[in-house]
Design a protein around this ligand. Structure first.
Ligand SMILES: Nc1ncnc2c1ncn2[C@@H]1O[C@H](COP(=O)(O)OP(=O)(O)OP(=O)(O)O)[C@@H](O)[C@H]1O
Ligand SMILES: [Mg+2]
Length: 421
């Protein structure tokens, strides 16, 4: 029986993989249920100030939306490797350091996994994106070190790391019966990660896989960025984004960027930010829009708005147009958002992801035509434009869709057993 587990701490969702005694590996059999029988725990923490308790996952979002006083944090992973991780948010005069919210979340993931497995876990392989931070190796190392510190603080003693797209490769490898050259594409909430790997049943039995990994690459672009750019394009103008002051100067964009970015929403609620906005409001050319913004902030509805935008984005994966019902705005607003609008908003991000894939092939010295299969995982691989762009870069490759939310955790379970037994 494996005594180590794999933890996929995701920007949006987390999973824990463990090879159960007597079970053959698969995503459905290797993932431990973390919330209501489901294998994913959304990476969300809510500090409920009314009841002085900390709530996690779907329950955290539900408490927040029900209107409990408190602080919601999502996208904690995006803070790793930045100076923001040493910051805090405040509610009711009480400081909540992000680092301690992060430890509480990872600790909760560990406790839930242990209770589901019926045994403690001392050893863990943590997934990590190929780059936590783009083009800054020192900050990237700091991100991994911080995650390791947190893992130690919550009681893991042996800690290993694996690239998320390599974990996904191991999961895919357990499903194939012949050798293939595979491009793994893991498009998540915070990052898009790739690996170019030789996989096959024979190779799977080897301990040392370095020669099978032809290249890894990634970029800090994921679903939370799509939410942000859709919000800036379609919603924030309703709150005054892009409008001006009576002097003709532009309203600073920082309020809108903070509100459109999951991990900085709470910064819009600080006393300083609220006071500055009140000053600006007096000089605004379109005071009604700024009043709407002030209202939203007073209502602590930033996450509610981000959730509406994310839901619309997900809807656009299956429909050409969706309705956004913004009933908590004052006055309320209902607007249609089209896929064309969304695709225009994320066009540059999709270009950057495409460039990352081309660079991967250049570095590996492999012709894209040689790829047998492209394997998609991660929730944001639901975005058709992105899947088409990546697919077009490997003409001739068969397209396979994995378990969008489970492949990394399941692959980490295999890696944990190989590393720690
Ligand atoms: N059908 C869909 N179409 C588009 N995007 C989707 C869809 N379903 C989920 N998403 C998005 O996928 C993202 C979450 O995916 P996932 O759980 O794979 O990320 P993660 O593992 O938490 O992040 P990361 O690996 O980057 O740290 C969110 O941004 C979510 O909005
Ligand atoms: Mg992921």
């Amino acid at each position: 029986m494996a005594h180590a587990c794999g933890v996929d701490f995701g920007t949006s969702n987390s999973t824990v993989g463990w090879l159960r005694p007597g079970k053959t590996h698969s995503a459905s059999s290797s993932l431990l249920a973390l919330e209501d029988g489901k294998p994913t725990l959304p990476s969300v923490v809510f500090f409920n100030a009314d009841d002085e308790r900390v709530v996690y996952g779907r329950a955290a979002v539900a408490d927040y939306l029900e209107g409990y006083e408190g602080r919601l944090m999502r996208s904690l992973k995006s803070l790793l490797g930045t100076s923001l991780i040493d910051g805090q948010t405040e509610v009711g005069g009480r400081a909540l350091p992000f680092r301690s919210l992060l430890s509480q979340f990872i600790g909760e993931v560990k406790r839930r996994a242990e209770s589901e497995a019926g045994r403690p876990f001392d050893s863990v392989v943590l997934g990590r994106p190929v780059f936590f931070i783009d083009d800054d190796p020192q900050a990237d190392q700091l991100a991994q070190d911080t995650l390791a510190e947190v893992a130690r603080a919550v009681g893991f003693r042996e800690i290993g790391f694996q690239y998320e797209p390599i974990a996904a490769a191991f999961d895919y490898e357990s499903q194939i019966d012949r050798e293939e050259l595979v491009l793994i594409a893991d498009i998540g909430g915070g990052t898009s990660d790739f690996s170019l790997v030789r996989l096959g049943p024979q190779r799977a039995t080897r301990l040392e896989r370095r020669d099978d990994i032809l290249a890894t690459g990634g970029v800090h672009i994921g679903g939370t960025d799509f939410d942000k750019y859709l919000s800036l394009a379609a919603v924030m103008p309703l709150l005054g984004y892009g409008s001006s002051l009576r002097s003709g100067a532009a309203i600073p964009s920082s309020y809108y960027f903070n509100l459109a970015t999951w991990h900085t929403i709470n910064q819009a609620y600080t006393r300083k930010s609220v006071a500055q906005l009140a000053d600006l409001a007096r000089d605004a050319a379109d005071p009604a829009k700024i009043a709407r913004l002030q209202n939203l902030i007073e209502d602590r509805a930033g996450h509610w708005l981000a959730i509406q935008v994310e839901d619309a984005k997900i809807g656009l994966s299956g429909a050409a147009s969706v309705a956004l019902e913004l009933d908590r705005l004052s006055p309320p607003e209902s607007l249609a958002v089209t896929r064309a609008q969304f695709e225009a908003a994320i066009a540059q991000l999709v270009d950057s992801v495409g460039a990352t894939v081309r660079k991967l092939f250049a570095e590996a010295g492999v012709a894209p035509e040689a790829v047998d299969t492209v394997f998609f995982t991660g929730g944001s691989s639901g975005v058709g434009l992105l899947r088409e762009r990546i697919g077009a870069l490997v003409p001739g490759a068969r397209r396979v869709e994995g378990d969008l939310f489970g492949s990394i955790g399941a692959g980490l379970a295999l890696d944990a057993q190989r590393k720690f037994g």
